[in-house]
Design a protein around this ligand. Sequence first.
Ligand SMILES: C[S@@+](CC[C@H](N)C(=O)[O-])C[C@H]1O[C@@H](n2cnc3c(N)ncnc32)[C@H](O)[C@@H]1O
Length: 203
Amino acid sequence: MSRGLVTRRKLAWLGVAIAMAAAGAFTFRSAVWDGLRSLVQTTDRREADVIFVTTPPAVVRAMLQVAKVGPDDLVLDLGSGDGRIPITAARDFGARGIGVEIDPALIEEARENAGRAGVADRVRFLQEDLFETDISEATVVTLYLLPPLNLKLRPRLFNHLKPGSRVVSHAFDMGDWQPDQELTVEGRKVYLWVIPPDARGRY
Ligand SMILES: C[S@@+](CC[C@H](N)C(=O)[O-])C[C@H]1O[C@@H](n2cnc3c(N)ncnc32)[C@H](O)[C@@H]1O
């Protein structure tokens, strides 16, 4: 969410800018403009919809296995945290992976992890909002979010994924969209849905 920020620091900057202009350091017009612009500057960082909590390795493997991930797949993890799902998909299942994550520190960590795992050439991490990112090329979408976020995503999954694409969620279901498969791993629920042929516009 963008927020207008008016801080004491910015007010001080406005004062400095006006003072510098008065002293002839640069024109009054540009000084006031810079000061005003900093007053209304917004953060370009949307807040996370859910905090970072990791999926245990055995559950990551089960998610990728139940989706039958292989070398032809592009696995897209929406809210990718430290990158473990796309990295495992590339390292252990031969797939390509994309992680979409809003937190830049986690993006950096995920890129380092991909390098350490030797899959940096097959995994990408995008600092984007998972509700806006392009999901159309993915053949497998993985989620560990929250129930309302899964429901909010459902129309995008139906409208943008190709029929036969798989959606796997750790812990949370999709309301009245019945899963094709459901399993429990180390006490955690894993749900699998396959996008049907007539999906577009159904939700
Ligand atoms: C519960 S963690 C799951 C991490 C990883 N997928 C896993 O299973 O280990 C959810 C992640 O989603 C990220 N996130 C939350 N809201 C987001 C948004 N709107 N766009 C992109 N990422 C978001 C959080 O920063 C967090 O890293």
